[in-house]
Design a protein around this ligand. Structure first.
Ligand code: HEC
Length: 192
């Protein structure tokens, strides 16, 4: 019985996630958040190869799908009480390792103002602006920035309360309005 129940929850969550991540990644100018201090003016941004931007956007979309599905799968199958090792905590460790290796930069952020860990918050102008835009209902936010002279695509996607189980450790998630993101994932994908 329990198995059927958790499978149903997983399917529902997966459906929710699919709906969430299947929305096309924003590319229109009006979807871009205010550029952070180190973002170059539009003239420079135009020199970026559009095909390389499209590749980076696709990579972000794939990673978002993989990471979110893993977090939901682990929570559903392995996390049964508050003392179990949280998928969110595993994601923070995994994201740190992947970022340190230099493939891409990725962070799991709080969007409620009440994070488990004070490190997991929006830190710069792009992340802060993007959290506000996501809370207002944007499917995702992106901008091109330069890191050490190299272009990167910064993307933020929302994390909704996908399972009832999430409120076991984050009780304040039950205050979130329907569909309102309680978190976000912040990506920096090299444009190359
Ligand atoms: C077993 C307890 C537990 C469950 C269940 C849980 N989390 Fe977490 N969550 C944590 C812990 C602990 C952290 C802090 C991780 C760290 O920084 O090491 C965290 C961090 C987060 C963060 C980053 C912001 C913050 O608060 O630090 C988000 C977003 C998040 N969880 C979302 C979720 C979602 C969505 C679910 C349901 C799929 C969920 N969590 C289920 C314990 C839990």
């Amino acid at each position: 019985m329990k198995r059927t129940h958790s499978l149903a929850a997983l399917v529902l969550a997966a459906l929710g996630l699919t709906a969430l991540v299947s929305a096309p990644l924003a590319s229109q100018a009006d979807d871009k958040a205010a550029p952070a201090a180190d973002a170059k003016p539009a003239a420079d941004a135009q020199k970026v190869d559009e095909k390389a931007v499209a590749r980076a956007r696709k990579t972000a979309q794939m990673l978002d799908d993989v990471y979110k599905n893993v977090i939901v799968l682990v929570t559903d199958k392995y996390v049964n009480d508050e003392d179990d090792f949280a998928a969110g905590a595993a994601a923070v460790l995994l994201f740190q390792t992947i970022s340190d290796k230099g493939y891409h930069n990725v962070r799991l952020l709080d969007a409620t103002g009440d994070p488990y860990d004070a490190e997991n918050v929006a830190k710069d102008a792009f992340e802060k602006g993007a959290i506000e835009a996501l809370k207002k209902g944007k499917a995702q936010v992106e901008v091109i920035e330069y890191k050490e002279g190299k272009p990167v695509l910064r993307v933020m996607t929302p994390v909704p309360v996908v399972l009832q189980k999430c409120t076991m450790c984050h009780p304040h998630y039950s205050d979130a309005k329907k569909g309102e993101p309680i978190g976000a994932i912040s990506y920096q994908i090299p444009i190359e």
